[in-house]
Design a protein around this ligand. Structure first.
Ligand code: FEO
Ligand code: CA
Ligand code: CA
Length: 648
């Protein structure tokens, strides 16, 4: 989601004629790339040895790939930057709306009636503001139709756009019932989809279909913080059970096929103040609790911090869900730390341990990775079931010489002791951010998606922007003050060893308009006027190992958010190419490819959310374009006309 506490600076910088990316930048990129290509043989060997993710089968990196990199890895004609009420995709592709907010999931789901919404109906319908999209393949059905399970997060609700009659008179216009509708629209949806006649469609009533909500889905808490006194509440004196999950931004699919939901901006859902000197006061402050973006705390004690001071400690975790069993109890895995987790993408390291990368999406917060203690066993569901309960959580320090030190967050080591207020590993995990400060982690420019490429041993970090960084606060990994347009860092794990405590890093691109010198963007000069982007947020690695970037804030440059392909190798490294454009007011989330790469799932989040927009007067009525319908966040599926891989 866009940062809701932004004080946006909309000043347009004066344009200059020359591109900002210098030849020196590009030569530097090429040289460093050549250096890494020398090591690709080793990575290729690792890949062949069985290095996998839940997303894509491994493949060797070989001479053919290197040759392709020199020509450019993508084959499509890019679309133009622009801003209008609809969506746009590259020529030769179809972008079809797959499922919309309010669409039915079950045989008994009520028809969507935006003027008469209820929480009960919403619990049986697709939720609001789709974000992460996961993909779990199923066997084809008896008629040979391709089937998959989609796992979709519903990050938050846009109260003004979603509910009729509340914008005028807000917040007094909010009622208990309206808050319950919002809770029901948060969380996630698991649904089966099926391909028929070349088109994907939801399977309404599939036994896999499930809604997960902010308030009615029982969850367990496991790992080192489970049972901590700091997680105990009136509803749950054990500190091990919690109803619901919220602010589920990006996520991941594990190598064993479970769905990870990252809890991000939970601070916004709490109201009220703690008394001076309360034990949790400083902790909550570090997470921005309470931010009061929602009115839930007026009607439900658990969201009123003064009444339930520990409740915020039960959010900000990574939630693991088994999408194959709609009756399974989701699990908040505390070993992965408590931050505003953007995502949770994982990879199997050469030695079989699993590594999960997460970003903490806040200005000046950190990048993390979690390395399991146990090893992944292919095909053994029971053996992998609790891998995420034991392991080491690391926070990143990006040094100026290009070294990345992964610093372990382990109770009793270094500064993480009683002297600094940590009495256990539970305390370290509940206050992950404070532990990171003490370890000297590098404050970043809003780390969002962090995604490993199993084919290359490289990892991509989306740094969305940070307009509050001053000149005195720049560092090598965040080199621009007032960084309005973000950048992308590439981490190189040595010899493809994702568990390494020492890695290398470099900046792949500094985002923004390269024709404005003051922006300081660094794109490959082969990038066209449409190919650059601003505010990278999520990303996806396709089955060919190519990188795709989605944005949240490109509209600050006067053109819609969307999806871009980004070259990572060869002569074209650092070249963007525009593939999909959102309708006005929307950000682009969820890019996810199916295993064959012939379907791309995209989440269009908060369409029509323009300045001053409301249910009554939205910025667009996408995708229905009916006066009787508000805009509806929707998942779009992109396919190539006539079939074939997305992007060529
Ligand atoms: Fe939910 Fe950081 O975007
Ligand atoms: Ca995001
Ligand atoms: Ca991603």
């Amino acid at each position: 989601m866009a940062m809701m506490d932004d004080s946006e600076n909309k000043t347009v910088n004066p344009r200059v004629a020359a591109g900002a990316a210098t030849i020196g930048d590009v030569i530097g990129l090429r040289l460093s790339r050549r250096g890494f290509l020398g090591g690709l043989g080793a990575v290729s060997g690792l890949a062949l040895a069985g290095c996998t993710t839940g997303q894509a089968a491994p493949a060797a990196v070989d001479a053919e790939v290197a040759e392709t990199a020199a020509q450019g890895a993508f084959r499509f004609d890019e679309i133009a930057r622009g801003l209008d009420a609809g969506h746009h995709v590259a020529a030769g592709y179809d972008a079809d709306v797959l499922i919309r907010w309010g669409d039915p999931l079950f045989a008994d789901s009520p028809a969507f009636d935006p003027m008469n919404q209820t929480a009960a109906a919403q619990r049986r319908q697709f939720g609001y503001n789709n974000d992460y999209i996961g993909h779990v393949p199923l066997e084809a059905d008896a008629e040979g139709r391709e089937r998959v399970i989609l796992c979709v997060n519903h990050e938050y609700t846009s109260t003004n756009l979603m509910l009729p009659g509340v914008t005028a008179g807000y917040p007094a216009s909010m009622t208990r019932e309206l808050c319950e509708i919002e809770m029901a629209a948060h969380g996630g949806t698991i649904l089966e989809i099926r391909k028929e006649g070349g088109k994907w469609n939801p399977v309404v009533g599939s036994p896999y279909n499930r809604r997960i909500t902010a308030d009615t889905t029982p969850m367990q808490m496991t790992g080192p913080a489970a049972g901590s006194a700091r997680l105990q509440t009136t509803d749950d004196p054990t500190g091990t059970m919690v109803s619901g999950t919220m602010n589920n931004c990006a996520g991941g699919i594990t190598p064993w096929g479970t769905y990870l939901m990252a809890e991000e901006n939970f601070n916004g859902n709490f109201l009220g103040e703690l008394p001076e000197g309360h034990r949790e006061a400083e902790n909550h402050k570090r997470y921005g609790v309470p931010s009061g973006w929602y009115q839930w705390g007026r009607f439900f004690d658990r969201y009123a911090v003064s009444k339930e001071p520990n409740e915020p400690n039960r959010f900000g975790w990574i939630v693991e869900v088994d999408p194959m069993d709609p009756n399974s109890v989701p699990t908040k895995r505390t070993a992965l730390g408590r931050v505003k987790h953007e995502g949770a993408e994982s990879v199997v390291a050469p030695d079989g341990r699993v590594v999960v990368y997460t970003g903490d999406d806040q200005r000046f917060d950190y990048v993390y990775k979690f390395v399991t203690k146990g090893k992944f066993v292919a095909g053994d569901k029971a053996a992998n079931a609790n891998l995420l309960d034991e392991g080491t959580l690391y926070v990143a320090r990006f040094d100026a010489d290009g070294t990345l030190a992964w610093l372990p967050l382990v109770y009793g080591t270094g500064p993480l002791t009683e002297e600094n207020g940590f009495a256990s590993q539970a305390d370290v995990l509940i206050e992950t951010r404070r532990a990171g400060v003490l370890l000297g982690a590098t404050p970043m420019d809003r780390p969002e998606d962090v995604e490993p490429n199993p084919k290359t041993g490289r990892v991509y970090v989306m740094l969305t922007n940070n307009d509050r960084r001053t000149e005195a606060q720049v560092n090598a990994a965040n080199p621009r003050a007032s960084n309005r347009f973000g950048h992308i860092i590439e981490i190189i794990e040595p010899e493809g060893d994702f568990t390494s405590e020492t890695s290398r890093w470099e900046i792949l691109v500094k985002c923004g308009d390269p024709s404005i010198a003051q922006v300081g963007a660094t794109w490959n000069p082969l990038t066209t006027e449409h190919g650059w982007l601003a505010s990278p947020d999520n990303c996806a690695i396709d089955p060919q190992g190519r990188l795709w970037i989605s944005t949240d804030g490109n509209d600050d440059t006067g053109a819609a958010d969307g999806l871009w392909a980004l070259e990572t190798d060869g002569e074209r490294r650092g070249t963007g190419r525009h593939f999909f454009r959102c309708p006005v007011g929307a950000e682009m989330c969820g890019p996810r490819f199916n295993d064959s790469g012939d379907a791309l799932f995209l989440a269009v989040q908060h369409p029509g959310d323009t300045q001053g927009a409301s249910f009554e007067a939205p910025g667009t009525r996408w995708p229905d374009f009916s006066d009787a319908m508000p805009p509806r966040p929707s998942v779009v599926v992109v396919t190539k006309q006539g079939g074939g891989p997305i992007g060529g």
